[in-house]
Design a protein around this ligand. Sequence first.
Ligand code: HEM
Length: 266
Amino acid sequence: MSAPTTPPTLSTTKTVRDFGQPDGLFRSCMNIIRHSHTKGQLLRTFFIISGVFSDKIMYAELLTQFYVTTECLDLILSESESEIASSVLNSELGKYKRFCNDYATDLEHLLGPDHLRIINSYKSEAAIKYIKTLKENNAKVELRDASLLAGIFILWGPMIIGGGAMLYPRVKKAYGELACSTFTLFIGSGREKRKREFIDFFDSVGERMEEEEFNKVVELCGEYMRMNNEMMVQVKRRPWWVKWGVGLGISLTCGAVYVYVKKKKT
Ligand code: HEM
């Protein structure tokens, strides 16, 4: 059975998943990340509620985690001479090569001239571990291709087919158009086409793979998605207004206790 050729409106994660071939690589990768994706969605909601769009440092720290890991993946892709790397670069996905430069442009805008030093200080333990894993897997011949594909699925996928691009209006409203380079390749007309290209790329690569290789890609997708979440969990910054909010809360509580005690005495 083949997947529908032109998806209508792909509105939920499961709907998008179902546009992959039933036993294809795309659908298998979506299946393995199902639980951790739900956790990722909750984490993103947590960030929105806790002020990621009212504190640019918090946003920059979050963006940093995805920048440093995507930069590592993009370098691996650029330097690789493997067949898989060329099929990525020669496919429709080739246009996303080095999109991490757009993350860098936004971080420079948000953090100013000292951005490189600040980015380094924001890099979480989880991001460092993620980068180490990407490099180690790339150094192992038997994991190299699977790791590259899984990295692309997990680090590019959220922008091309997932909820990443949907953050554009909020980021623009909070920090201005100059902080939105990251979204350039993923917004505007043609989203359904971009989704379709991504889905078809993974399914067609998967069709040509041995079962063992196929399973490795799926397994690594699960591992990298957990690492995405871990990076989000490790963001330390809380919005600037939290300490004022806490201060105000303490003052109000003290005031209420004082009034209560005074009333009791009289
Ligand atoms: C850091 C990791 C991720 C987070 C925090 C995340 C978060 C989200 C959120 C919050 C949504 C809901 C969209 C919205 O309401 O704005 C969403 C949708 C979606 N995500 Fe993810 N996601 C992550 C990774 C991924 C990955 C790796 C994939 C697969 C490549 C993926 C695929 C999707 C799809 C297909 C949708 C549905 C998009 C649509 O409705 O058109 N996500 N994600």
